[in-house]
Design a protein around this ligand. Structure first.
Ligand code: HSE
Length: 306
C-alpha cells in the first residue's frame, strides 16, 4: 500500500448547547486528500485549492497532526500529502479538522491500521491547536468516527459515539470569515448557575433525543444560553434565520462550530429545501454573499476511496 485517497467531511461542532463536547459529521462538503509514502523521511505537503494555506509541515494543520502520528510511530517515515480543500477555512464547518483528520486516517491506513480511532483523534487535535490555539476534539472526533460524538473528556480522552436519526441538515455560510481564535476570545469566562442548569438540561435532552430517535426532543434541546448569545452578534441575520427556518418546519439549529455558518436540522428532505429557500431569501435581502448546502448526517467519517 503506497498511496491512499481519502474524503474528509465537514463537521458541525457544538451542536448548539454542547460547546466543545458535541459534534456531527455531514456528507458534504468534504476535502479530498491523497497521501503516499516517500523515501525521504519528512512531511511534504501540497495544496491544490485556492486558499493559500501554508505548506510547510509545521505550519499546516495536517502537517502537525501527521508529525504527532510519526512521533508515536517512532520509525523514520516520509509522507507526500496533496490536499484539495472544498471546505472553506474560517467557515465554521470544521475545515481545519478535515485536513487534520483526513491526514492521520490516510497515514494510519498506509501504515496498516496500527492506531485506534482515539489515537487518531489525539494526533489530529494538534491541528486544532495550531488553527485555534486550543486542543478541542468536537470536530476531529465526528470527522474520524462519523455520526454524532460526545467528548466526555479531553484529558484523558473519552469519546462516545452516539446513535442518531437520519436527519437532513441545511447550512448557510455567509461569506464572512470568523476566526475560531477570535470567536473564542470574546466568550465570557464565567457562567451563571441558572444558565448552567439550563444548558445541562439541554445537553442531556439532546443526547437522549439522538439515542431515542426523538426528533421533537432534539429540536427543543437545540438551545444555547451561554455561547450563542455572545457569538451570534458576529453573524448578520442570525436571529432572523433561526426564527424563520423554524417557522419553515425545521426542528432547530444554531451556529455551526464557531461560525459564521448556521445549520438547521429537519426530519424531511422537503423541509430541508424549504429551509434553504428561507436562508437564501434572508441573505438576498440583507445583501451578504452566501453559500448553502442541503446534506445529511455522515455516519462513516473520513472515507478511504482508493
Ligand atoms: N468548539 C469549538 C468552538 C469548535 O466553538 O470554538 C470550533 O470549530
Amino acid at each position: 500500500m503506497k498511496e491512499v485517497k481519502v474524503l474528509a467531511p465537514a463537521t458541525i461542532a457544538n451542536l448548539v448547547c454542547g460547546f466543545d463536547i458535541l459534534g456531527m459529521a455531514i456528507k458534504s462538503p468534504y476535502d479530498e486528500m491523497t497521501l503516499s509514502l516517500c523515501d525521504e523521511p519528512g512531511i511534504f505537503i501540497k495544496h491544490t485549492d485556492e486558499y493559500q494555506l501554508p505548506e510547510a509541515a509545521e505550519k499546516n494543520v495536517a502537517g502537525v497532526s501527521l508529525q504527532a502520528l510519526m512521533d508515536d510511530y517512532k520509525k523514520p517515515v516520509g509522507f507526500n500529502l496533496t490536499i484539495h480543500k472544498n471546505i472553506k477555512p474560517g467557515s465554521g464547518l470544521g475545515s481545519s479538522a478535515a485536513s487534520a483528520a483526513g491526514a492521520v486516517v490516510a497515514a494510519n491506513h498506509i501504515l496498516g491500521n496500527i492506531f485506534s480511532k482515539e489515537d487518531l483523534v489525539r494526533f489530529a487535535m494538534n491541528g486544532e491547536k495550531l488553527a485555534g490555539g486550543v486542543k478541542h476534539a468536537d470536530n476531529v472526533s465526528p470527522c474520524i468516527y462519523g455520526g454524532v460524538t460526545l467528548i466526555r473528556s479531553i484529558f484523558p480522552l473519552d469519546i462516545i459515539a452516539l446513535n442518531s436519526p437520519d436527519l437532513f441538515v441545511t447550512i448557510v455560510h455567509p461569506q464572512i470569515e470568523v476566526r475560531t481564535s477570535d470567536s473564542r476570545q470574546i466568550l465570557r469566562k464565567e457562567v451563571q448557575l441558572k444558565d448552567a442548569i439550563k444548558q445541562w438540561g439541554n445537553i442531556g435532552g439532546l443526547i437522549t433525543g439522538f439515542m431515542k430517535n426523538d426528533c421533537e426532543l432534539i429540536g427543543r434541546s437545540l438551545e444555547d444560553v451561554i455561547v450563542e448569545p455572545v457569538r451570534s452578534i458576529l453573524i448578520p441575520g442570525f436571529d432572523e434565520v433561526k426564527l424563520k427556518c423554524k417557522n419553515a418546519g425545521s426542528l432547530g439549529g444554531g451556529i455551526s462550530g464557531s461560525g459564521p455558518s448556521i445549520f438547521m436540522l429537519s426530519k424531511e428532505e422537503e423541509t430541508a429545501y424549504k429551509v434553504e429557500e428561507t436562508m437564501k431569501e434572508i441573505y438576498e435581502k440583507i445583501g451578504v454573499d452566501y453559500k448553502t448546502y442541503v446534506t445529511q448526517i455522515n455516519q462513516d467519517g473520513v472515507k478511504i476511496v482508493e
